[in-house]
Design a protein around this ligand. Structure first.
Ligand code: BG6
Length: 254
């Protein structure tokens, strides 16, 4: 549009796409850190983007987070046949409103789609994880998640995510020692895009990402610039929906 043209957002998208090596980059105007309108706009544009691809897929997995909650709010009611919405991972210890389960159910409700949820506790030991993944009720859901066609996830700042997931001091210490800069669906990445820690949970595994047709990340705000950069380096994101604040900070164009 004219406004986008004047603001140079198209050029910014091209520059960010090249810089981060992501095929598809969408940038909205403003910075969600300081502008509540931009926060809504990020959710709205991400919902519009989903609308374009929704008829072509049968499964979508989503993560939790405030950004994904905003995205779910903006999905317009529709009647989509044969669509299954899933949480990407379970038991991440978030507030109910921003849990992946809640967001998956909300999206399914809006689209008249079906959903399956992962009811698992927040803190799990290795042995209970092993038991759960073989549980006759849970195993089929995990299988569905691993075969999802689309993954839509948020990107977090590591220390905030550690706190939100109530990781112990020891775990946080471990995280900071490796200079972690970004987080996505329970995995913590350093600036090279290597995973240095993952919170114990079940569901989507980092190794499943290669099989997913379309991985869409939604994250904005200048404060997430380093996190976006770090997670992007891991190389699995096909589409990034972000804002000008994050984009300019990543590209160091102000
Ligand atoms: C979590 C997701 O629930 O939210 C992560 O599992 C993401 O993928 C995080 O990094 C982001 O949260 P927010 O609130 O900053 O959108």
């Amino acid at each position: 549009s004219l406004v986008r043209g004047i603001k140079g957002l198209d050029n910014l998208e091209k520059a960010l796409s090249t810089y981060l090596n992501i095929k598809n980059v969408i940038i909205i105007t403003g910075d969600i850190d300081s502008d509540p309108f931009a926060k809504e706009e990020l959710g709205r544009v991400a919902a519009l983007n989903l609308d374009k691809i929704i008829e072509t897929v049968k499964t979508i997995a989503v993560t939790g987070g405030n950004t994904l909650a905003e995205f779910a709010n903006h999905i317009v009611s529709e009647n989509i046949q044969d669509l299954l919405i899933l949480p990407a991972r379970g038991g991440l210890g978030e507030k109910v409103e921003i849990q992946a389960n809640t967001i998956a159910a909300k999206i399914a409700d809006k689209l008249n789609a079906s959903y399956r949820l992962l009811h698992v506790p927040d803190h799990m030991s290795k042995s209970s994880i092993e038991q759960l993944v073989n549980d006759p009720y849970i195993a089929p859901i995990i299988n569905l998640i691993k075969q999802t066609e689309i993954l839509i996830h948020g990107i977090g700042n590591p220390l905030e995510m550690a706190e939100r997931r109530k990781l112990s001091l020891e775990e946080v210490d471990n995280i900071t020692q490796y200079d972690v800069q970004g987080e996505a669906f329970g995995y913590f990445f350093n600036k090279k895009g290597d995973i240095v820690y993952s919170s114990p949970s079940i569901g989507l595994n980092i190794n499943d990402l290669g099989k997913i047709k379309n991985v869409i990340a939604i994250a904005g705000g200048k404060s997430k610039a380093l996190a976006i950069k770090a997670v992007t380096k891991a190389g699995f994101i096909d589409c990034l929906i972000t804002d000008e604040g994050a984009a300019r900070s990543i590209l160091e164009i102000f």
